[in-house]
Design a protein around this ligand. Structure first.
Ligand SMILES: [Zn+2]
Length: 219
C-alpha cells in the first residue's frame, strides 16, 4: 500500500515537473519568436543619396579600414543654416586648411538631401573613440536649438532604418555623439530626451512598415 502511494506521489511530482519544464520551454520559444519577428525585417530599399567621396587625406579621409561596424552615431553640424554641400566642402577643404580632423560618413541637409562623404569600409573623424567601430551621420539644422526640419528628420529616419538592415543593427546600436563623449550633440536630441526616444521609435516603425522578412534560413 505504502509503495503504491509512494509511486503515485512520484508520478504526480514527475507530471508537475514535466509540466513546468514544458511551460517554460513554450514561453521561451514564444519570446524568441517575438524577438525574431521584431528584428528579422530589413529595409532593403536604399535611400537616394549623392556620393561625393572626399579626396583621401590625413585630415578628413585617412582611409583607415573600418573593420567591424558595431553601431551608428547621430550628430548635428553645430553650424546653423549651412547646407549639406557646404559641410561636405568644409570636410573636403581640410586637406588644404589643415585646421582640424573632422568628417562624417553621411550628411543630411535641411531639404532632406543626403551626401555620402566616406565609404562605409573606412573610418570617419566624427565620434572620438567610436570612430573605429561606427558609422556617422551629421544633420544640418536651421538655428541654435538644433531642431531638425521635417525633411531632415524624415531622411534621418529613412537612412538610419536602411543602415540598420544593412549592418544588422537594432535601434540599441543607434546612439548620439552625446552617448560617446557627453558632448551636446546632436543638441536637440540631447536637450529633449523624449524626442530622441521618439526618433528611435520612428525608426522601428519605419522598419516595421517598409522592411521585408528575410527568407527562412538565410543569414
Ligand atoms: Zn557630434
Amino acid at each position: 500500500m505504502l509503495r503504491r502511494i509512494g509511486l503515485f506521489v512520484a508520478a504526480v511530482a514527475l507530471i508537475l515537473v514535466l509540466g513546468t519544464v514544458t511551460a517554460k520551454l513554450i514561453k521561451a520559444r514564444e519570446q524568441k519568436q517575438a524577438l525574431a519577428e521584431n528584428f528579422s525585417r530589413k529595409v532593403t530599399e536604399m535611400p537616394e543619396f549623392d556620393v561625393q567621396l572626399l579626396t583621401p587625406n590625413p585630415y578628413s579621409r585617412p582611409q583607415t579600414a573600418l573593420k567591424e561596424v558595431k553601431g551608428l552615431v547621430i550628430h548635428y553640424t553645430a553650424n546653423p543654416g549651412t547646407t549639406a554641400q557646404q559641410n561636405h566642402d568644409y570636410f573636403e577643404g581640410l586637406k588644404d586648411s589643415k585646421l582640424t580632423k573632422a568628417s562624417s560618413h553621411f550628411i543630411i541637409g535641411i531639404d532632406g538631401e543626403i551626401i555620402q562623404c566616406i565609404p562605409s569600409s573606412e573610418i570617419a573623424y566624427a565620434s572620438n573613440e567610436r570612430n573605429e567601430d561606427t558609422l556617422s551621420i551629421e544633420c544640418c539644422h536651421m538655428d541654435e536649438t538644433g531642431e531638425f526640419t521635417e525633411a531632415t528628420y524624415n531622411s534621418l529616419v529613412e537612412l538610419t532604418a536602411w543602415l540598420c538592415g544593412k549592418f544588422d543593427f537594432t535601434t540599441e546600436d543607434v546612439i548620439r555623439h552625446y552617448d560617446v563623449t557627453g558632448k551636446d550633440c546632436p543638441r536637440y536630441f540631447v536637450q529633449h530626451e523624449d524626442a530622441w526616444e521618439q526618433f528611435l521609435l520612428d525608426v522601428q516603425e519605419y522598419i516595421k512598415t517598409h522592411g521585408t522578412e528575410e527568407p527562412e534560413g538565410l543569414s
